[in-house]
Design a protein around this ligand. Structure first.
Ligand SMILES: [Zn+2]
Length: 327
């Protein structure tokens, strides 16, 4: 088993001046727990930033200068040769960085998994980055989200990605052609590549800017981050558990849906409003986020220039459609 292990910011930064841009005790502990007793493969700069061989692990450093001599270190001139050396040991193999070694590893079909610590911050002056992991190639198979505390500078998450297999592939979590604004499209693409669902309760605080306005047993209400043109109120009603189709809601969640609509109208003092909801295949419904959600909208109808709100209820026509028969 060959695993890439890394910690990166939301904008993919892994380092500044050969050091980590944060202090996260939990990440250091997890790194130690996962790699202890196994083989670690790293680039020369990563090795120099650590300054010594990692104890109780087989250390392999990739460098073009294989005449270097460091205690407890084995040298290899390429990523492939490092893997060959590691395989002789019959231990698990962890690729621990930096940027160029991660690139070689993720391009290699030998690598099966990524153990990623995602740090909920954007680092503006980073000089080393983690490669983009496209959902076509990598799928999140496990996720744990944690809040910052005295030992951890930021909120963080442990994500395990494995190779995306044709047989295990589910539909996309976001549908980019449905974006209404350019910056919304960029934000959606970043989430899509992170491989997580932005409307699942544990991620809402990371990926959705507006706070929770109210919640019922099964639903959360928040303002739309990308309000529709002409709205006075643009609210999203989101089930707490991941659901992509109205028919997948439990009876309790369905009943609680009427409750959350009434609660929302009372909370925002809405005498009138419009309710819209899409369910299922986003390439047909006009939806942008697969996680089921309902829209409550109130138009700015006292404004003499008001144009009725344009809420898509189907998608743009599919390209390359099979010709339809006239009979
Ligand atoms: Zn979800």
């Amino acid at each position: 088993m060959i695993t890439v292990i890394a910690a990166r910011s939301r904008n993919r930064v892994i380092g500044i001046d050969d050091s980590l841009p944060w202090h996260l005790s939990s990440d250091l502990k997890r790194f130690k727990d996962l790699t202890m007793g196994h083989t670690v493969i790293m680039g020369r700069k990563t090795f120099e930033s650590i300054g010594h061989a990692l104890p109780n692990r087989h250390n392999i450093v990739i460098t073009s200068d294989i005449h270097l001599d460091f205690e407890g270190i084995q040298l290899a001139d390429t990523f492939q040769r490092a893997i060959l050396l590691a395989n002789l040991n019959k231990t698990e193999i962890f690729v621990i960085g930096g940027e160029r070694i991660y690139e070689s590893a993720l391009n290699s079909p030998l690598v099966d998994a990524i153990e990623l610590t995602l740090v909920n911050t954007r680092v503006e002056n980073g000089d080393a980055f983690f490669p983009v992991t496209l959902p076509e190639h990598w799928t999140v198979v496990n996720e744990e989200v944690f809040c910052k505390d005295e030992n951890n500078d930021y909120d963080y998450a442990f994500l395990r990605y494995e190779r995306t297999h044709e047989w295990s592939r589910s539909g996309p979590l976001l549908y980019l052609p449905a974006a209404r604004f350019d910056d919304q499209a960029g934000h959606m693409e970043e989430i899509l590549n992170d491989g997580i669902c932005p409307f699942c309760q544990q991620w809402l605080g990371w990926y959705h800017k507006n706070p929770t306005e109210l919640e019922t047993e099964h639903w959360i209400v928040t303002k739309n981050d990308n309000p529709y043109v002409g709205t006075l109120n643009d609210l999203l009603l989101i089930p707490k558990a991941h659901t992509e189709n109205f028919l997948q809601l439990s009876e309790d969640e369905q009943i609680d849906f009427s409750v959350v609509i009434a609660e929302t109208m009372r909370h925002f003092n809405l005498g009138h409003c419009a309710l819209g909801m899409r369910s299922g295949d986003m390439s047909r419904t006009g939806g942008s986020v697969a996680h089921l959600h309902a829209h409550i909208k109130v138009g700015d109808t006292d404004n003499p220039d008001h144009q009725p709100i344009r809420f898509k209820m189907s998608s743009v026509p599919k390209q390359n459609k099979a010709p339809t028969s006239l009979h």
